[in-house]
Ligand binder design. Structure first.
Ligand code: SIN
Length: 544
């Protein structure tokens, strides 16, 4: 594993000390930072700018019981049904019951949700929810508004320091305990050791492992790879949710076309204009995402087409532009007027239900390491996430991990520093290896891996495809892991190959169809639902 090869020595690199380190600048990371006791120092690092997280792209919104006619029990039940018997009821109950309180907190810090003329919050509906319970902002720009209000609040806190454009290479570990992270600070082109009493990983998902995805460039699975190398337990990586409706136009980025559009009555039709969803499921366009994605793939095969279409043209144009201003603007860019034209869509990788295994508060199996948001596996989503539950999970687990990490940090001595780490000698970067570096085309590996996973570990999977993909991934890993890259592209590829292996192994081992994991060779769901957990064997006490 490449953690032993990072050309790096603690005595030769700058150090920074903090009480709590938060890795990731999305909703979960912000919520965690805000929950830390203001008397403690927080350092929040993000891979890119503050305004480039997965959360900011959230369109549909945040699910929470808010309407008087809705009940917590129904939200709990809907979440459990979507999760294919792999949700943990206690976690589901905790998250759903904390929802209204977290919404009130958001209103307090100035988040502006869309409202009706009478001042009541407007609620939308998405697949799998039996009531209107999705709060949204600026029509389809909920993530933007949430992040705006969080950033304003963070800026009011003098104990929170932010480093943008900072890439975390690896976690620092000693005695089965996380002590912070090694980071690369782009601005100074420098690696730095961050010693932290407690570390909270909130680095998001894995969408970039797939050719078709709604996720931004940064979602390369870095957090999961880092945690795995550090010895933390990783769970259920085979469960990747494919959003049914991703804009499919040559040359466009694969923008999400929100499920809220189907919630508002948009129909799915094939190239001949035939509405096909009722043929596959009585819930039609509002069936759970795995069902809709599979049905779309089947209809694409049946009609020999690369996509299907979403049709909202039966609604009044003014209402469409007001409700979906972001989607309307994106589509117009590519010559599609959503009030007059059908929108070409197909499924794309959207959300990883698997991730770092955590307990009810967000603590991982590695001391001092917490994981929240998409990088974690909390037990809320099971085998298939209910739409718009993830922002809620990010808030609830962000709050508990920030609060409890700060409590633990308060009672820790300053013995987490460099003196307590053993430093095995580093292998030199030899000239043969440097020459080989120039032969590796990182962009080509990235593209090949994304296509491979899309073809073999996508919406529908089978043994042959998965086995071949695993062989290729292991082969490529053989010569990529042994490199000492000096670029984010190189470190990312190492992370992506490792996470691909975890997804493929999980998908191969799960010989059943459950939730988002669909095996054409094992279409049945096994009677006993089981999680899959992986942990790397730790060979040395310290990682450098
Ligand atoms: C959407 O707006 O369709 C995405 C919401 C989600 O993934 O929860």
């Amino acid at each position: 594993m490449f953690r032993y090869l990072i050309p790096f020595h603690p005595k030769r690199h700058p150090h920074f000390f903090t009480d709590v380190l938060v890795i990731g600048g999305g909703l979960a990371g912000f919520r965690a930072a805000l929950a830390v006791d203001p008397a403690l120092q927080v350092l929040l690092i993000c891979k890119n700018g503050l305004e480039n997280s997965n959360s900011i792209y959230a369109q549909g919104g945040i699910a929470s019981v808010w309407a008087k006619t809705d009940t917590l029990e129904e939200h709990i039940e809907d979440t459990l049904i979507a999760g294919g018997e792999l949700c943990e009821r206690a976690v589901v109950e905790r998250v759903v019951r904390s929802g209204p309180e977290e919404i009130r907190n958001l209103l307090e810090i100035g988040t502006k949700f869309d409202k009706k003329a009478d001042g009541e919050i407007l609620l939308g509906r998405e697949g799998g929810h039996r009531s209107d319970r999705i709060l949204h902002a600026n029509g389809d720009s909920t993530g933007k508004e949430l992040i705006r209000s969080m950033i304003e609040e963070i800026k009011r806190r003098s104990n929170i320091r932010i480093w943008e454009n900072t890439f975390a290479l690896d976690l620092l570990t000693a005695d089965n305990c996380c002590r912070g992270a090694i980071v690369y600070w782009k601005k100074h082109d420098e690696k730095e050791l961050i010693w932290a009493k407690q570390t909270i990983l909130a680095s998001g998902g894995i969408g970039q492992l797939y050719r078709e995805t709604t996720n931004p460039e940064i979602a390369a699975g870095d957090g999961i790879a880092m945690a795995y190398r550090a010895g933390a337990k990783i769970r259920d990586m085979e469960f990747v949710q494919f959003h049914p409706t991703v804009l499919y136009i040559a040359g466009s980025s694969r923008s999400l076309i929100s499920e809220a559009m189907r919630g508002e009555g948009a129909l799915l039709v094939d190239r001949k204009g035939y509405r096909f969803m009722p043929d596959y499921d009585e819930r039609a366009e509002l069936a759970p995402r795995d069902v809709v994605s599979r049905s779309i793939v089947r209809q694409m095969e049946k009609t020999n087409s690369p996509n299907v279409y979403l049709d909202l043209t039966h609604k009044p144009a003014d209402w469409i532009y007001a409700r979906f201003p972001g989607i309307a603007a994106t589509c117009l860019h590519f010559g599609i007027d959503i009030a007059k034209d059908r929108i070409p869509v197909r499924p794309g990788a959207h959300y990883s239900m698997g991730g770092i295994l955590v307990d009810q508060d967000g603590h991982s199996s590695l001391n001092g390491l917490w994981a929240i948001g998409e990088v974690s596996s909390t037990g809320l989503h099971g085998a298939n996430r209910l739409a718009s539950n993830s922002l809620l999970e990010a808030l609830v687990f962000g709050e508990s991990s920030g609060r409890l990490a700060s409590k633990t940090a308060q009672i820790m001595h300053n013995d987490y520093q460099v003196e307590s780490i053993e430093n095995p000698p580093l292998p030199p970067l030899d000239s043969i290896q440097q020459q080989f570096h120039s032969l590796i085309d990182l962009a080509d590996i990235r593209n090949a891996l994304k296509s491979l996973l899309w073809r073999t570990a996508g919406v529908v999977r089978n043994e042959d495809g998965l086995r071949g993909a695993l062989e290729d991934t292991l082969h490529w890993s053989g010569y990529v892991f042994s490199q000492q890259f000096q670029s984010i592209e190189g470190w990312e590829i190492q992370n992506m190959l490792l996470v691909a292996r975890l997804i493929l192994e999980g998908a191969l081992q799960r010989r059943e169809t459950r939730g988002a994991h669909n095996r054409s060779d094992y279409p049945e769901t096994l009677p006993n639902a089981e999680h899959s957990v992986k942990q790397e064997e730790i060979l040395v006490k310290s990682n450098f």
